[in-house]
Design a protein around this ligand. Structure first.
Ligand code: NAD
Length: 374
C-alpha cells in the first residue's frame, strides 16, 4: 500500500475526560513496529464494558467488535498481509506462552486483556498522536479510529468472503456468550440451562446453549422487557427474580426437579453470580461466570455447595483462542449454523458516535454497530 511506512492522518474519536462525549479529532497514526499491524477500520461497535470504562477513565479509543483490513505490517509479521480481512480481539494469542500452548486456556501471558496499559507492548509507546502529543490506546485494539495499530497476536485472519458488516459482531460479546456455553458450560443434549442476564452476552449464551442441544433454556432477568426478544435466541422459559418472594435458586430448583444442569451468568452482578452457582443441580451441575464484577465484589457461598459436587467456572472471551478459534466461529456463520444479523439492533455513522453511547445509556437491548466514514 502507498501509505506503508508513513504516518497516516485520519479521524478518531478521543475521550479527553471520563464520562464526557467523545470528540472527533484528526490524529496521526504511526507505522507498525515489530510484530504489529496497522489496519483500516470499516466497522466498530460499542459494548457495555466500553461504557463502563468510559465512565471511569479517559482513554483514546475503545475496542468493541469490528472488522478491518490490514494496511501494512511490521517486522516479523508473517501470518497476515496487507489486504487480509481480520477481526481484532481485546485479548490476544501470542502462540508461544504456556497458556497459548495449553489446549485448556486462552489467557495468553503476553496479550491477555489489560485495561491500564494504553501503549504498545513492544516499546511502551503509543502509535497515536495529535500534533506530536501521544494519545493512549485501549485494551490493545483502539478501534474508534479510521486506522489503528495492534499487536499481530490480537488479530484473527478470517474468510475474505465473510460479510464484514455482519461478522464484526463476533469479535467481542457475541463470541464471549457463545463460547461460555459451547466451550465452558458444555450443556449435554437435552439438558436444562439457566442464563442470568439477557443483554448481548446472555442472548449469545442462550444461542450457544441452543446450538449445543439444550432443550430447556430458562432466561433470568430483573427486566421483563428482555424476555420477548430472548425467545429468538432459544430461551424457552423466563424467571424474573422480582416476581418471587423466595430466592431465585429455590424457584429454579422447583421448576427443574432439583436444579438446572448448567447456568451461565452474564450480568456482572455479584448476587446473580452467587444465584447462578447455587441454582445448579448437585452431583453434576456446572455454573459459568462471564459478567465483569464490581472491583470490591466478594463471592460468598457455603462450601457444602462444592462438596455436593457442583462446579463453578469463569471465562474471558468464552475460552476462544482469538487467532486459532475465531476464524472457525466466522465459518459457523458462513455455514448458516450461527445467525448474527439478529444481534445487530442499530447502525450509526462514525460522525455520530456519541449517539451510540446515548442509545446504550438510555436503551435496553441496544447492540449498535458504528460504520466508519472512509
Ligand atoms: P447488558 O447490560 O446488556 O445485560 C445485562 C443484563 O443483566 C440486563 O438485561 C440486566 O437487566 C440483567 N441483570 C442485571 N442484574 C441482574 C440480576 N441481579 N439478576 C438478573 N438479571 C440481571 O450487558 P452485556 O453487554 O450483555 O454484558 C454482560 C456482562 O458480561 C457485563 O458484565 C460485561 O462487562 C461482561 N462481559 C464479559 C466478557 C468476558 O470475556 N468475560 C466479555 C464481554 C462482556
Amino acid at each position: 500500500m502507498a501509505t506503508a511506512g508513513k504516518v497516516i492522518k485520519c479521524k478518531a474519536a478521543v475521550a479527553w475526560e471520563a464520562g464526557k462525549p467523545l470528540s472527533i479529532e484528526e490524529v496521526e497514526v504511526a507505522p507498525p513496529q515489530a510484530m504489529e499491524v496497522r489496519v483500516k477500520i470499516l466497522f466498530t461497535s460499542l459494548c457495555h464494558t466500553d461504557v463502563y470504562f468510559w465512565e471511569a477513565k479517559a482513554y483514546m479509543l475503545w475496542q468493541g467488535s469490528l472488522t478491518i483490513i490490514v494496511e501494512s505490517v511490521g517486522e516479523g509479521v508473517t501470518d497476515v498481509a496487507p489486504g487480509d480481512h481480520v477481526l481484532p480481539v481485546f485479548t490476544g494469542e501470542c502462540k508461544e506462552c504456556a497458556h497459548c500452548k495449553s489446549a485448556e486456556s486462552n489467557m495468553c501471558d503476553l496479550l491477555r486483556i489489560n485495561t491500564d496499559r494504553g501503549v504498545m507492548i513492544g516499546d511502551g509507546k503509543s502509535r497515536f498522536s495529535i500534533n506530536g502529543k501521544p494519545i493512549y490506546h485501549f485494551v490493545g485494539t483502539s478501534t474508534f479510529s479510521e486506522y489503528t495499530v495492534m499487536h499481530v497476536g490480537c488479530v484473527a485472519k478470517i474468510n475474505p468472503e465473510a460479510p464484514l458488516d455482519k461478522v464484526c459482531v463476533l469479535s467481542c460479546g457475541i463470541s464471549t456468550g457463545l463460547g461460555a456455553s459451547v466451550n465452558v458450560a458444555k450443556p449435554p443434549n437435552g439438558s436444562t440451562v439457566a442464563i442470568f442476564g439477557l443483554g448481548a452476552v446472555g442472548l449469545a449464551a442462550a444461542e450457544g446453549a441452543r446450538i449445543a442441544g439444550a432443550s430447556r433454556i430458562i432466561g433470568v432477568d430483573l427486566n421483563p422487557n428482555r424476555f420477548e426478544e430472548a425467545r429468538k435466541f432459544g430461551c424457552t422459559e423466563f424467571v424474573n427474580p422480582k416476581d418471587h418472594n423466595k430466592p431465585v435458586q429455590e424457584v429454579l430448583a422447583e421448576m427443574t426437579n432439583g436444579g438446572v444442569d448448567r447456568s451461565v451468568e452474564c450480568t456482572g452482578n455479584i448476587n446473580a453470580m452467587i444465584q447462578a452457582f447455587e441454582c445448579v443441580h448437585d452431583g453434576w451441575g456446572v455454573a459459568v461466570l462471564v459478567g465483569v464484577p464490581h472491583k470490591d465484589a466478594e463471592f460468598k457461598t457455603h462450601p457444602m455447595n462444592f462438596l455436593n459436587e457442583r462446579t463453578l467456572k469463569g471465562t474471558f472471551f468464552g475460552n476462544f483462542k482469538p487467532r486459532t478459534d475465531l476464524p472457525n466461529v466466522v465459518e459457523l456463520y458462513m455455514k448458516k449454523e450461527l445467525e448474527v444479523e439478529k444481534f445487530i439492533t442499530h447502525t450509526v455513522p462514525f460522525s455520530e458516535i456519541n449517539k451510540a453511547f446515548d442509545l446504550m445509556a438510555k436503551g435496553e437491548g441496544i447492540r449498535c454497530i458504528i460504520r466508519m466514514d472512509h
